[in-house]
Design a protein around this ligand. Sequence first.
Ligand code: BV8
Ligand code: ZN
Length: 241
Amino acid sequence: MSAKIDIGAEERVFVLTGAGISAESGLPTFRDSNGLWSGHRVDEVATPEAWKKNPELVWRFYSMRRREAMQAVPNPAHHALAVLESRLGQNFFLCTQNVDDLHERAGSRNLLHMHGELFSSRCEDDCGEPVFPDQNLYESESVIPRCKCGARLRPHIVWFGECPLGMDRIMHEIDRCHVMIVIGTSGNVHPAASFVHWARQRGPWVRTYYVGPELPANAAAFTEVIQGRAGEVLPDCLREK
Ligand code: BV8
Ligand code: ZN
């Protein structure tokens, strides 16, 4: 039986998830592949410079990730968070670093993708055309889609060096939470890795938990670390008293 995360009836919960929560759904994490995503280095496929240099390679990479994510299904950790949300209602907020749609498919609703979404695309020039849902695969130069303005369409992903999405909402939710639960993230990528510090700075009454099989880089900042694979330990941790 894993440790319990007790949540009071009126307490607000902020959850941050990373690639680790999707690991048991078969989606590779960044670290497990030694910093390589299917043979590609981050700076070859996940930066604005990579896009300028080789948009075809970037679209091949994200098309492969779309294909993988379409074949994946939510695991018990995703479902446990959706159950917690149904229990807490508006006192629950989920921020994910992940770009897959497994949280939505498990039923999570009050959710923010701070690093963008795999199944959305947008104009590379931000000409005003809206971000739109897009499940298509673009695997060669000739099929790279164009915006109405003539510019190329790009994945709606926050690359390294780009500004994360929803930071105002995230800061607001950190400022009012009583409990922060961080799941499956190595704590190497900022600003997400700082959220636990921002929460702790508010005062000793804020309780912070980490759930994952290895200690994250920011482990010392957590009130408690619950070691284990999220799909195995999270349902028990969050089970109602
Ligand atoms: C920004 C979309 C300014 C792409 C991603 C030096 C110091 C501090 C910061 C920087 C610095 N140098 C550069 C920076 C900035 C940079 C950064 O942090 N770089 C790092 C590498 C040093 N950050 C940025 O550029 C960000 N932008 O800073 O803008 C700003 C700041 C504040 C306010 C306004 C503006 C933008 C970063 C976003 C990049 N895009 N994703 C895509 O997915 O294709 S990041 C991407 O990699 C993921 O989204 C994720 O965030 C990250 C991988 O991290 P994790 O999710 O933690 O995954 P990882 O593989 O590392 O770890 C997996 C974990 O799961 C492990 O701990 C493992 O133990 C655990 N696990 C494994 N199995 C399980 C499990 N856990 C539970 N259950 C299991 N079964
Ligand atoms: Zn455009």
